[in-house]
Design a protein around this ligand. Structure first.
Ligand SMILES: [Zn+2]
Length: 196
C-alpha cells in the first residue's frame, strides 16, 4: 500500500477530513484524523496490518504490544500477519500496565504498534511496560506518524504515512484570519463512512 493509496482510503472512510475544524481540545486545525473510521472496516484493518507487518517483520518480533484502546485493532492485525501474539496494555490508576493475565517473557522481542504517533509519549510508555517485564523492544510501528518524522524513540520506528496536521490557538488561526468558520468534526457530512 502506497502513501497515496493509504490517504485515499482514509479520505474515503471519512477518517481524514480536510477543511477547518474545531478540535475537542479547543484548537483549530485544517485537518481531522480518526483512524477508527478506517479500522471499523475489517478488510481495511487487515490490509493496513499486513502492510505494517511487511515493514517490521525483519525485526523478528515474537509479540505485538499495543496501548488500549487506539492500538488494539491495528496491533491485532499486525500480529495476525506476523503470526505472533497480540496483547495490549491499559490504564489502571493512571499507569499503563498489562492486565487480564497477559504476559511478556524475558526472551520476548516486543513490537509496539499504535494507530497514530503524535508526540511519541504513549509509545514510550508502552515500551516501558515491555522493558519492565525484562523483554527487548525491537521496534515500534504506526499507521500514521504525526510527529513530523521524529517521534523521539530509542528503537527503530516505521509508519505507513506521515501526515502534518498543524493546530492553532483560535486567536492565531490563519484559517479564521482568512474569514472561514471552524466546524466541529462530524457536524456535517463531509464524506460518507461507507468505504467500499
Ligand atoms: Zn480557525
Amino acid at each position: 500500500m502506497t502513501r497515496d493509496e493509504l490517504l485515499d482510503l482514509y479520505r474515503r472512510s471519512g477518517a481524514l477530513l480536510e477543511g477547518h475544524f474545531r478540535l475537542t481540545s479547543g484548537l483549530h486545525s485544517p485537518g481531522y484524523l480518526q483512524c477508527a473510521l478506517v479500522l471499523q472496516h475489517p478488510q481495511h484493518a487487515e490490509a493496513l496490518g499486513r502492510a505494517l507487518a511487511e515493514r517490521t517483520r525483519g525485526w523478528r518480533p515474537t509479540v505485538v504490544l499495543s496501548p488500549a484502546l487506539g492500538g488494539v485493532v491495528i496491533g491485532h492485525e499486525v500480529a495476525r500477519a506476523l503470526g505472533v501474539r497480540a496483547i495490549f496494555a491499559e490504564r489502571q490508576d493512571g499507569a499503563l500496565m498489562l492486565r487480564r493475565g497477559f504476559m511478556i517473557g524475558e526472551t520476548d522481542r516486543v513490537l509496539v504498534v499504535e494507530d497514530v504517533v503524535t508526540t511519541g509519549g504513549s509509545t514510550r510508555e508502552t515500551m516501558e511496560v515491555a522493558r519492565a517485564a525484562g523483554a527487548l523492544v525491537v521496534g515500534a510501528g504506526a499507521i500514521i506518524d504525526r510527529s513530523g518524522g521524529n517521534p523521539g524513540l530509542d528503537v527503530p520506528f516505521h509508519a505507513l504515512a506521515t501526515i502534518a496536521l498543524p493546530t492553532y490557538q483560535p486567536d492565531a488561526c490563519p484559517l479564521c484570519a482568512a474569514g472561514s468558520q471552524a466546524i466541529k468534526p462530524g457536524s456535517r457530512t463531509v464524506s460518507a463512512n461507507a468505504a467500499p
